[in-house]
Design a protein around this ligand. Sequence first.
Ligand code: RIB
Ligand code: CA
Length: 313
Amino acid sequence: MNKIPIILDGDPGHDDAIAWVLANASKELDILAVTSCCGNQTIEKTTYNMMRICTLIGLHVPTAKGRKRPLISEPIIAPTVHGESGLDGPALPEPDFELVQMDAVELMAKILRESKEQVTLVPTGPLTNIAALLLAHPELKEKIKQISLMGGGVQYGNWTPAAEFNILVDPEAADIVFSSGIPIIMAGLDVTEKAMIFPEDFERIRAAGNPVASVVADWLEFFYQFHRSMGYEGAPVHDAVAVAALIHPEIMQMEDYYVEVETEGDFCKGATVADFRGVLGKKPNAKVIMGIDRKAFADLLVEAAKYYGEVAK
Ligand code: RIB
Ligand code: CA
């Protein structure tokens, strides 16, 4: 099977971390690089978390630190959701490697330039680095096969009534990405809030009985605390849907829509607005995921947890 070459870019973040655990365990994917972005926490904290996650799961590929703030908007962070560290909960190993001596945008550009085939980008935080890459290296756009992102929501937001966090943090970057013409798979709240992992799933993951599985279960427990306080029955593992969409699209329902990003306004800044009825007459720019087989998604995470027991043997 030809593996899908990907670059992971995120703001870990519990669900980014779980998305990377899944990606690293997936035989369908070839992770070429990992980069950090500011979002759930400051770039310093998300970069440190990125390095600890990669150390924990044995993911040793070129890794770089991203932009320290959104393109234009003021930074927003989410300590109420992910804690002061951005990845509160279980103890994690100290990094056992160094970052490459270039920033995230230049590392992405290098990977794209050197790759013999088109590369899929998998951003699970604000789209700052991706937009900066497109602005700085427009000639490399043709080397990007697609962007499978977690962000937005065509029905509602979670940080404001209209906007989802990743898009709201850097709406100008999101507008650049959605206007780029690069094929997008959009894992927005419409599907990620259905990608609910329940406490009984946490225990199925923990039962895999290896150190990574134990940490993932602990991350889910922590992530669930915030969501339970918001009335959720489980933990919506938003970011892992962007990875699952690449390896098992058959468990999802996707709709082709033309989606545009609101970058201004008192109430709707950061909204991802889908033209459901095609009134604009524009070609769809995104496959918007609207549904998922929740049990199959949970099973993917359980199987990924088991993988880390097998590789440890
Ligand atoms: O709105 C959910 C998104 O915001 C997820 O990517 C989560 O990690 C946070 O970045
Ligand atoms: Ca994220």
